[in-house]
Unconditional design. Sequence first.
Length: 144
Amino acid sequence: MTDPRRTRDLARIHLAKKELGLEEDTYRALLKATTGKDSAGALGPGERWKVLLELGRLGAKSGAMAGTASSHPGKPAMVPVEAVALISKIEAQLAEAKRPWAYAHGIAWRMFKKAQVQHCEPDELRKIVAALSYDAKRHGRDEG
């Protein structure tokens, strides 16, 4: 049985490759530089995510990535579709606390050694949401 997430991720990678007009050798070099592998079919879930982030950073707007910058300064411009709801929750918590995105990026660094929130896996994002909830309670902004 095939994994539908894998199938979807591979389709997004190839769609973004086509959108960016990457030649086959350039595409394989990008895969190798990003993951150490030269075939999208050999990538694991985290590696596919890294490739999607890199393709988004290069300008792919094919739907492989979702989310756009908002009025809240420092919000990650491109995040994987699976992380959009969690990123939105983090944004709401930061706005309530009147904290910049740098605060959430700092949490990501301290907890997971990830430079920015958008580099975190969904389970790590859930832990950042929990940390911000704890911070809200500690400062009297109980989220109920």
